[in-house]
Design a protein around this ligand. Sequence first.
Ligand code: NAP
Length: 603
Amino acid sequence: MDRWVGKVAVVTGASAGIGAAIAEALVKEGLLVVGFARRQVKLEVLAKSFHGLKGKFYVKQCDVSNEEDLVAAFNWVKTELGGIDVLVNNAGVINSRKFLDDDIPSLRNMLNVNFVATAIGTQEAVASMRSRKVPGHIININSVAGHVTPPVPMAISAYCSTKYAVTALTETVRKELAAANAEIKITSLSPGFVATEILQKASYDATVLERFRHVPHLEPKDISDAVVYVLGTPQNVQITELTIRPLNETIFAREYSPVRNRQIVMIRIKHAIRTWRTLELKTNGAYSKDTNITLKNTTAFYQQIKIINDQKLTGFLVLNKTTTDSEQSQSRSNKCFTEIEKNRDQRTNPRRSMDRWIGKVAVVTGASSGIGAAVTEALVRKGLLVVGIARRVERLEKLSASLDGAKGKFYPRKCDVGKESDLLSAFEWVKTELGGIDILVNNAGVVKHCKVMDDNIDSYRNMVNVNFMATVIGMHEAVASMQHRKVSGHIVNVNSVLGHSIADLPMPVSVYPSTKYAITALSEVTRKELAADNVRIKVTSVSPGFVSTEIFETGGLSDTEKLFQRTPHLQPKDVADAIVYVLGTPENVQISELTIRPVCEMI
Ligand SMILES: NC(=O)c1ccc[n+]([C@@H]2O[C@H](COP(=O)([O-])OP(=O)(O)OC[C@H]3O[C@@H](n4cnc5c(N)ncnc54)[C@H](OP(=O)(O)O)[C@@H]3O)[C@@H](O)[C@H]2O)c1
């Protein structure tokens, strides 16, 4: 982050929640941060609390939904501080009505705050960066709601629509900047549910708010950590999408599933029984009328769970220190929540670190070259026991020699991941010799540079087997190993930008994008299944743009040197660093998608 020290950052919606956490993180990193928000008093309190940190915090009262106000605030930054180097478009509102019940002024406000202010801010920031010829960075705090609408309609009005607009805007601006060869980065950062004031402000009723307290969620600090990571990437590396969710996210998944709720409650039961004298199990009216049941022991609790399941109710647990008296119940519950929140704060500290992986077993496929070799090196240097698998064992031996004396250990294994028997015996070896797998990096991949219809069946089969089938089999083996040993594991699938959109490439790539789309689907389906079963295994899709590796030459492209010279590209280490970042996030934080490209990538 050193290159940002003394630079100017604007954070909109800085008075609370994610914006306040981002402002604090950036001031700590030494930036001059201007916080925009309506509540001046809140901003001033923050300014006081940042006193003595490396950077500086400037308060700018501004209603971002008011164009004049917003433009005046940007003009103030220009006049007083010279211009903008970093813009974090964070201000956002949500609303507790169904879209069809919402009124026009309310819709307009949501659109103005969530989208129009982001668009105006982006224009202002790009103009400022270009006129001063500085390589700036714009981060749009998007949402998972900018990529998918909830399966069961939630009352969030047009929130998803405004965030989808942010997704489209971010991609449009990225491509325009690339076409203009402007070294300005733009990132869409899409959090799942984060515990902030946004829901209270949206006027949800108490039952809904209470339910939200009990679903897995992130802390604002998790998002500010991610912001610091994307800002800290090297000058030519651009994280274009970072989707960050609580592990086992239930919102936007099976929030209303009674099975899922039983699981949430059951995890808490052991701790609850130890800590509290009575339990109050509340079910809410999603499918039935409200019910409150006070329980004094686990047997009663399990009986009640059965009833809840049979009646298809949804439920959550309220912990009380004394036998519940209905009049005092609410205040006691609140007190309990405060204590739960305190514990939660401790749980999420310390934050990013690879320490918990020291001595753990990682398997990296395709470790003999490119991204796989770089990931292997990074993990061995971080102290892991890394099994690197590939066909070219002599390459693996060479890598092994170069890692002599590193903190961890490297185990080279010859294996053709396209052959099921070979792959299964490699996993069997890991189980017998090292006890099991904690991390799996599914990286081995091949491409063929010819048109789909000019390719042949053996080539299709090879791409499907290496890129997709080996990933499915690997995930199957890794999850079995992690579940059997009850460990919190992590699976990273090395995907591609071609797994998300079909680009006009300068060369044909046969069925390669199809195999990568399959990885996108596989990663998401597995993530959701693991979340529904409350399994503490993370799944991350890492999707690189163009990286200078052997894959193109192996795929039949000639003169790859020329291609690298004329095309912006990443180095394998850039992708390895991103994988280290996702592995190092706190246990409850899951990066479900990280898209990484060279700055100015045209596709
Ligand atoms: N380079 C890019 O621009 C780019 C962009 C997006 C995504 N990716 C993805 O990144 C991953 C790594 O690619 P890379 O660019 O680092 O390519 P690379 O330098 O060619 O490395 C590919 C690796 O996969 C291994 N591999 C291929 N077929 C295998 C098989 N049948 N059995 C075992 N290992 C096999 C190779 O090992 P052996 O040949 O020794 O077996 C090699 O270690 C791939 O999934 C690729 O799709 C690359």
